[in-house]
Design a protein around this ligand. Structure first.
Ligand SMILES: [Fe+2]
Ligand SMILES: [Fe+2]
Length: 218
């Protein structure tokens, strides 16, 4: 772990490099899962998401270039492979629960909090991605709602239990992300305890809207 405090500028560079790499990873996963979409509408939304993630990477790389701190990978190749492979094997409703609702849902809550405290140029670089990520979360929620609606009450409970397990597993994967993230948040003026509390609260409300109570957030 780094011992010296980051400056705000360094923190924004580090944050945007990690964010860009995560966007690229999400893009790769979405492209790999296109054939698993349950219908044409879901496939179209996933195709659109992949192209938006590609655009986010381009926006972030241009921002980093302008700052004189070009993009470099922050997640090692082995970790990236571990992260990607987790999302390739999941059944569709569990997949969207893990990627669109948990990764993008949690990610967009984090990005929004950084955005609220960022300088003008950083806010501009985050604005479009943030708006898109929030739409990706809604896509995931809509897919889970549809999947649940097609099931009997007993099957619904079984799927909800599987989804809760996937949410827990996905949140555990966050431990593989660079430890510098915490310093980025602190340098941006965020109190990590308060940030986590807000994320837990908003995440629980999101799942509750789908009829799912997360134990961790209770
Ligand atoms: Fe993105
Ligand atoms: Fe996204």
């Amino acid at each position: 772990m780094l011992q010296t405090a980051m400056t705000r500028d360094t923190a924004m560079t580090e944050f945007l490099r990690i964010y860009a790499q995560l966007d690229d990873l999400v893009r790769e996963i979405c492209e790999a899962r296109l054939d698993d979409a349950p219908d044409a509408e879901a496939r179209e939304a996933l195709t659109r998401q992949a192209s938006e993630e590609r655009r986010h990477v381009a926006i972030q790389r241009a921002y980093l270039q302008d700052r004189g701190t070009p993009y470099v990978d922050r997640i090692p190749p082995e970790t990236r492979r571990t992260l990607v492979s987790y999302f390739l094997e999941l059944d569709w409703p569990e997949f969207v629960s893990a990627l669109q609702i948990t990764v993008e849902g949690t990610g967009s809550l984090v990005v929004r909090q950084v955005w609220e405290r960022a300088d003008e140029a950083t806010r501009r670089a985050l604005a479009i991605p943030l708006e898109d990520e929030e739409r990706h979360v809604r896509f995931g929620m809509e897919q889970v709602r549809k999947a649940l609606a097609a099931l009997s009450p007993g099957e619904q409970e079984a799927l909800k239990a599987r989804i809760k397990r996937r949410v827990r597993e996905t949140l555990e994967l966050a431990r593989l992300l660079p430890s510098s993230l915490r310093q980025c948040f602190e340098a941006a003026g965020l109190d990590c305890g308060a940030m986590n509390a807000r994320i837990l609260r908003e995440t629980a409300a999101r799942w509750r809207a789908l009829g799912i109570e997360l134990e961790a957030a209770a």
